[in-house]
Design a protein around this ligand. Structure first.
Ligand code: CA
Length: 235
């Protein structure tokens, strides 16, 4: 799969009908979104937990786990704080709409929908999500990152670092303990540049470690040999 150059947002589509999936996936990709595809609720939940999803397009009628249940689980999870969920359904009854919104869906679109309207709702959902993120603070152990202030502290000591090291640490902090391959880090951070090589990641990880070591003796960024990096357990 070719690497995408977009950072407009990551949309997870959970839809069991192949033609619907193609339609949504094609149009969202054309609009510049990154797209993840799941054919059922279980796969959808797995992809949601493994990725930093901005918006979920969730079909109501799915085999096994229903869209309603998937939505409930997404909204219960820690990662859901700033993720926008749009339910897609053939059911247009008021009761269903209310049930969907009751369990935390942010929006609701009745099939058949116009793709233009759907794209407008996605745009607005992502905008809401970005607005909620402005004051976002990421913390893990003694590390604190204030994204809007571009500030990082460990045990209240300020760490100074370059913008790429900041983005690297942000990605690691968003999923602590998750192991990222070099390619995954490249895709998250150097989204606009396809010419960057994976060893560039090593260089910036090195700089990030150095910046952290300036205020903290423990090496917080762990190397997973032959695979990549993760944020280590810290006290
Ligand atoms: Ca369906």
């Amino acid at each position: 799969m070719p690497r995408t150059t977009s950072n407009k947002g990551l949309v997870l589509i959970v839809e069991d009908e192949p033609s619907q999936m193609e339609l949504l996936s094609f149009n969202l990709t054309a609009e510049g979104y990154n797209v993840l595809r799941a054919e059922d609720g279980e796969e959808g939940l797995l992809l949601f937990q493994e990725n930093n999803v901005d918006l979920v397009l969730l079909d109501w009628m799915l085999p096994n786990t229903s869209g309603l249940e998937v939505c409930r689980q997404i909204k219960r999870s820690k990662r859901a704080t700033d993720c926008h969920v749009i339910m897609l359904t053939a059911r247009g009854e008021e009761d269903d709409r209310i049930r969907g919104l009751d369990i935390g869906a942010d929006d609701y679109i009745v099939k058949p929908y116009s793709i233009k309207e759907l794209l407008a709702r996605v745009r607005s959902g992502i905008r809401i999500r970005s607005a909620a993120k402005v004051d976002d603070m990421l913390t893990y152990g003694t590390i604190k990152m204030e994204i809007n202030r571009r500030s990082v502290t460990i045990k209240n000591s300020v760490i100074s670092m370059g913008p790429l090291e900041f983005k690297l640490l942000q990605v690691l902090l968003e999923s602590p303990k998750r192991v990222f391959s070099r390619t995954q880090l490249l895709e998250r951070i150097w989204t606009d540049n396809l010419d960057v090589e994976t060893r560039t990641v090593d260089v910036h990880i090195g700089r990030l470690r150095k910046a952290i070591r300036a205020v903290n003796n423990e090496d917080l960024v762990k190397t997973v040999r032959g695979f990549g990096y993760s944020l280590d357990n810290i006290s």
